[in-house]
Every structure is written in structure tokens, then in C-alpha cells.
Design a protein around this ligand. Sequence first.
Ligand code: HEC
Ligand code: HEC
Ligand code: HEC
Ligand code: HEC
Length: 143
Amino acid sequence: MGFAMRIRLGLFVAGVVAAANVAAAGQSTPAAPANDDCLTCHDAIAAKRFEASIHGPMNCVDCHADAAKELPHPERLAKAACGSCHDDVAGKYHDSIHAWAKEKAGLLVAPACADCHGKHDIAAHTDTASRVYRDRIPATCGG
Ligand code: HEC
Ligand code: HEC
Ligand code: HEC
Ligand code: HEC
């Protein structure tokens, strides 16, 4: 095999590998945006506090599902869907007077999940930092 032939064969092999990579990338579903992708624009979200929260291991798009579809995302997004994971609690909530006030009576100030639990800093209800920790419940309800 001459030198030129080896070069061409080398280029051919490299070309096949590159084409295979492109094909593989085309077949796999695009990766969901990483939290860092969101935080490049949303640096006001306290990443450290979020990571320390009970949802810290989660992806932003686990709650903000429609932000995963395309970036940049539309200006208005759907509300975070807590019930997609907490369907048991969401079921109880929908039977409660708070949901009735919000959904049936149209009382927009009635509390939804995040009004009692918070957004990016949610803690277990047994954690003293939780808004629904026993001793803090009066203040949370008072709000
Ligand atoms: C290129 C910049 C950019 C990137 C990247 C970005 N956002 Fe946004 N986002 C914005 C802008 C601009 C707004 C509208 C103004 C505002 O509320 O800050 C917004 C608003 C939002 C809102 C509020 C929507 C509403 O209806 O009020 C949420 C939630 C959100 N972004 C989540 C995310 C998540 C999750 C990601 C990562 C998947 C992400 N964003 C990536 C720029 C960005
Ligand atoms: C456990 C669910 C959950 C996760 C995970 C989550 N968020 Fe949110 N986020 C919320 C809730 C609840 C709101 C209040 C508005 C709503 O209900 O959608 C909110 C609001 C926002 C807003 C609008 C501004 C504001 O503070 O109200 C932005 C921007 C945002 N989130 C970005 C992010 C980014 C970036 C991440 C990942 C680092 C993230 N969120 C992870 C629940 C979540
Ligand atoms: C009116 C305030 C309020 C609203 C609205 C509310 N919660 Fe709670 N939640 C509480 C309190 C208080 C506790 C602690 C109960 C206890 O100490 O036993 C709690 C406990 C929880 C727990 C842990 C205990 C369990 O049963 O698993 C989860 C998870 C939870 N809530 C999720 C949600 C979700 C999701 C929503 C919306 C569908 C929601 N909450 C709406 C006040 C609220
Ligand atoms: C992608 C799934 C997912 C979504 C969406 C989600 N959570 Fe959670 N949540 C979890 C997991 C996992 C835990 C930790 C295990 C547990 O305690 O249930 C947790 C824990 C909690 C706890 C602490 C439970 C306790 O023991 O006191 C509360 C409160 C809570 N979530 C509220 C919310 C609220 C409010 C939203 C919407 C803003 C939400 N979650 C969205 C998965 C989720």
C-alpha cells in the first residue's frame, strides 16, 4: 500500500466514524437542557439554595417541563406541575377548602402548593427550615 493510499484509507475510516457519530446523534432523543443551561440566564435563582433543598438533585425541567421543549423558551410557561410526582398529596389538596376556594370560587389569593411550601427552597416538613414545620405553620397560615 502506497503512502497516498494509506492517507486516503485513513481519511475514509475517519469519515465513516464521523458519519456514524452523526447518525447516532440523529437517532438519540436530544438531551434535556442541563440546569447550567437555565442558570446562564436565570442567575437570580439561588443555585446553592436550590441544590440544598429536597429537590436539589432534580432538573429544573422536572418542574418546568415546557422549558425543555426548546431554548430559548416562550416568555410565558405553564405553572410548575407538583402533582406529576406528588399525585397522592395533590389528590387530597384538590378535595380541600383551599383548592375549592381557588378553582371553584375563583379566589386567586387562596393558596396553591408553592404558597405554603415555597418554590426553590422546599424542605421536608420535619426539617425546622420548612415553612410547614410544626412551629412555623402559624406564620405560614397567617401569611
Ligand atoms: C436565553 C436566556 C434564557 C434561558 C437559557 C432560559 N430562560 Fe427562562 N426566561 C428567560 C426570560 C427572558 C424570561 C422572561 C422574563 C423573566 O421572567 O425573567 C424567562 C422566564 C422563565 C420562567 C417564568 C415563566 C413565566 O411564565 O413567568 C421560568 C419558570 C423559566 N424561565 C424557566 C427556565 C428554565 C427551567 C430554563 C432551562 C431549561 C430556562 N428558563 C432557560 C430567559 C431564559
Ligand atoms: C420542585 C419544583 C421546581 C424545580 C425543580 C424548579 N423550580 Fe423554578 N419554580 C417553581 C415554582 C413553584 C415557581 C413559581 C411559579 C410556578 O408555579 O411555576 C417557579 C418559578 C421559577 C421562575 C420564575 C421566577 C420566580 O422565581 O418565580 C424561574 C425563572 C424558575 N423557576 C427557574 C428555575 C430554574 C432555573 C430551576 C433549576 C435550577 C428551577 N426553576 C427548578 C418550582 C420549581
Ligand atoms: C394551605 C397550605 C398547604 C397547601 C396549599 C399545600 N400543602 Fe403540602 N403540606 C402542608 C402542611 C402544613 C404539611 C405538613 C403536614 C404535617 O405536618 O403532617 C404538608 C405536607 C406535605 C408533604 C409531606 C407529607 C406528605 O403527606 O407526603 C408533601 C409531599 C406536600 N405537602 C406536597 C404538597 C403539594 C404537592 C401541594 C399542592 C398540590 C401541597 N402540598 C399543598 C401545607 C400545604
Ligand atoms: C419530578 C418529581 C417531583 C416534582 C415535579 C416535585 N417533587 Fe416534591 N419531591 C420529590 C421527591 C423525590 C421528594 C423526596 C422524597 C419525598 O419526601 O417524597 C420530594 C419531596 C417534597 C416535599 C417534602 C416531603 C416531606 O417529607 O415533607 C415537599 C413538601 C414537596 N416535595 C413539595 C413539592 C412541591 C410544592 C412541588 C411543586 C412546586 C414539587 N414537590 C414538585 C419529587 C418531586
